[in-house]
Design a protein around this ligand. Sequence first.
Ligand SMILES: [Zn+2]
Length: 137
Amino acid sequence: MASSKDNSSQPLACPLCGARSIFIVALEDFLYLECLKGHGSHKYYGRQKGSAPKPENIVRRLEDMFTAEQKRLFSRVTAAINETDGFARLPVHEQIKFLCAKCRCTEKEIYQLCKLITVFQNASGGGIKNGNKNLPR
Ligand SMILES: [Zn+2]
C-alpha cells in the first residue's frame, strides 16, 4: 500500500486528538491524515516549519491506493458486482460472502479494500466527517 504508513521518519499526529495517523494519503496539494478514531485532517506541502515535504508517489485516483494484488481483486470485485443481478438488494453480510466465494478472497481482503475506498473518498473531499469539513475541493 503505497499510500499509508511509509515515508515518515516522524509519525504525523492527529491535530484533533494527538493519536498517530494510521492512514496517510499523499494527494497533489496536501497530505491527508486519518487517525484510529477516524479524524481526518490535512497538511499542506511547503518549506515552512511544520509543513510536510511532498512525497514522490502521489495518489491521483482510487487505484493508486491499492497494491498490485488489491488492484486485481478490485477489478474482480467490480466485475462480480456488475454481472450479478440483485447484488445491491442482498444484505451486506451476504454481499461479502458472495464476493469472497466469487472472487476467491477472504472477508478481511474485502474489508481492507472497502476501508481504502472510504479513506480515498475522505481524502479527496467526498466524505465529510469530524475534522475534514474544511478540505479544499
Ligand atoms: Zn484523532
